[in-house]
Structures are given as C-alpha cells and as structure tokens.
Design a protein around this ligand. Structure first.
Ligand SMILES: [Zn+2]
Length: 205
C-alpha cells in the first residue's frame, strides 16, 4: 500500500543507518570548498526562520552512491565530517532513500540520485536557492514543469525527461520550475558544477 500524505503525494521515507562519519578527508575538502563559497554567496544557507536550503553532493564508490550535505545543516557556517551523509540506495517509485552517517539525507537527495543514474560522467551536483537567478534563468535554460514539486518521485521523472528531450546535459544546468528559487548545476566534478553555476549567475541572459 502506498504511504500517501494529505496532498496525495507519496510521503518521503528516509531509511537512516545512524553511524559515525562516512566521508574521507579528500571528499570533505572537495565538498567543503564549494559549500563555503556557496554559503558565503547565500546560495546555500537558511532562511531567517532557520529553514535550511540548498545542498551539494559528490559521487563516491560504488558508483551508484554519493555523499551529500545532511538535512538541517543549511544554518551552519562551517561543516565537518559529522554533517555529511552517504546515500547507499534509493527507490524513486517509493520516494525512499537509504543512507548512512551521523545526519539524515533530505528528500532532495532523490533528484541528485536520478542525475547520477542518468549519466556516469556526472560526479558532482549543486542545488542552490536564489529568487533572482531563478527568475533570470527560468525557461531560458532547461526547466522542469512548474506543476512538479521538488522532493517528489514526479520531479525525478521530470528531470530524466529533461535529460532525454533537451540539451540539459550539455548546458550543465536545470531550473526547477515547480520549486521556486531552485536551480541545479552539475559536472564531471564539483569544480565543474561550481564553475558553471558561477558562470550562469554572472551572465546577463
Ligand atoms: Zn531546494
């Protein structure tokens, strides 16, 4: 039986194996380099009410797994190994992730998962929030349907559709039409994902 919430969407399930940090020093440096930049630009952070937004991830071994900033870490100035979690398995249709680490993975992890699944050359993903850049880029680069909300199985399906039907892979960016303020960039590593993001937000389209 489906586990539906009041909106009729399948409720997100996080199957969490709480354990000590799962991230290597090298992975921590790569992730924190960009997390610091994005936090300082207020593209990852927290609202005045304390609600965190944005996340970044890095593909790891085996290739279906990745490390992502934990939920409720957006308000922290500096992250350490305690604030990252490894997504070890997932199910789009059940809106579920399995994860291991000191913190939980958010429902937004599923969209990261589907992007890694789509292309083996994508190894780093950045998801930021910015109303200005969202307005600027909406429908000017590959954009998901405004009817589809983030953190739902429908969004994962919609992202896959964009990859198949548009030049999203070449452009390295997706605007989340139904997730106001939400943008995603990605690349062969986090440096490429970050450089594309900075290039897009610094370019007048
Ligand atoms: Zn978001």
């Amino acid at each position: 039986m489906k586990n539906n919430n009041r909106d009729g969407n399948i409720k997100f399930i996080c199957d969490w194996n709480k354990c000590p940090p799962v991230i290597s020093d090298d992975e921590l440096i790569k992730l924190n380099t960009w997390r610091d930049i994005l936090y300082n630009l207020n593209l990852i952070g927290a609202t005045p009410e304390g609600i965190g937004f944005g996340n970044i991830s890095l593909r790891t071994k085996p290739s279906t797994r990745f490390i992502i900033t934990g939920s409720s870490t957006g308000n922290l100035i500096k992250l350490n190994a305690e604030h990252y979690v490894k997504v070890t398995d997932y199910s789009i249709s059940n809106n579920k992730v399995n994860c291991s680490g000191p913190v939980k993975a958010s429902s937004e992890s599923l969209t990261h998962a589907v992007i890694y699944e789509f292309h083996p050359e994508i190894n780093g993903i950045i998801h930021i929030h910015s109303l200005d850049f969202w307005n600027k880029l909406l429908n000017k680069v590959p954009t998901t349907s405004e009817k589809v909300e983030y953190g739902t199985p429908e969004m994962a399906i919609e992202v896959t559709r964009l990859f198949k039907k548009t030049d999203a892979f070449e452009k390295k960016i997706i605007v989340m039409g139904g997730h106001k303020e939400g943008l995603i960039t990605f690349g062969k590593d986090l440096d490429e994902a970050g450089k594309y993001l900075l290039a897009y937000i610094n370019t007048i389209i």
